[in-house]
Write a protein that binds this ligand. Structure first.
Ligand code: MD6
Ligand code: FE
Length: 216
């Protein structure tokens, strides 16, 4: 009887505060990871991963896809959100329910109740790929948080200040870890260090990162 009771309890939730407004939910997405990865494959069948070009003309080492009402793009004209995939000219694939639900649950757990993302950017990192320090500032309203889900190979996340020159924290992120940030942390600089080669049972030699945003 007691055993049955315990079996019903949700897995322990660890809230790790990085700075005010930013938390890591360790292992939050582990039990749903296989479903998420299946749904990522479905999305990428319609909106294939591609290496976009920065406005400065550099090709990104990370391959990207998107789903939801809005997708994030970069090209010679700059960074922006738009409702259609520039490769196909079609609307971005619908955000799968598994992704949307996870993002809302994570935001709730972090204290950002009522988050309703309209964009999910899917980043695929091969070994050697990295993401330099940047701010997420292409969204209309910075009162909404961002939910970031790590799947597959681990990486070191850099979490800096509101100015680029502030020395960043180094936060190791593993499969299933979720970072949520908003409020006073919303415009902090962040990035990821170079992905080390490895093999993960579910993702092979890749790391995937999902970032959920409210773009409009
Ligand atoms: C990544 N993440 O983890 C890159 N941005 O692959 C981001 O750029 C990011 O994790 C905003 C909020 C959370 C993030
Ligand atoms: Fe970012």
């Amino acid at each position: 009887m007691t055993q049955d009771l315990f079996r019903e309890l949700p897995p322990e939730l660890t809230l790790e505060n990085l700075v005010e407004g930013a938390v890591v939910l360790r292992q939050f997405a582990v039990s749903e990871a296989e479903q998420l990865l299946t749904d990522i494959q479905q999305v990428s069948a319609k909106a294939p991963f591609r290496h976009m070009k920065t406005p400065g003309g550099h090709t990104m080492s990370v391959a990207m896809s998107c789903c939801g009402d809005q997708g994030w793009v970069t090209d010679s004209r700059g960074y922006r959100y738009q409702p259609e995939d520039p490769v196909s000219g079609l609307p971005w694939p619908t955000m799968p329910e598994s992704l949307r639900t996870l993002a809302m649950k994570a935001a709730d757990a972090a204290g950002f109740v009522g988050f309703d993302p309209d964009a999910c950017l899917i980043n695929r990192y091969p070994p050697g790929a990295k993401m330099g320090l940047h701010q997420d500032r292409d969204e209309q309203d910075f009162s909404h948080p961002i939910v970031s889900v790590s799947l597959g190979l681990p990486v070191v996340f850099q979490f800096g200040g509101l100015k680029r020159n502030e020395r960043p924290l180094r936060v190791p992120l593993a499969h299933g870890d979720v970072v949520v940030w908003g409020g006073p942390a919303r415009l902090r600089y962040h990035g990821v260090l170079t992905l080390k080669a490895g093999t993960h049972a579910l993702t092979g030699d890749y790391r995937y990162n999902l970032t959920f945003r409210r773009a409009c």
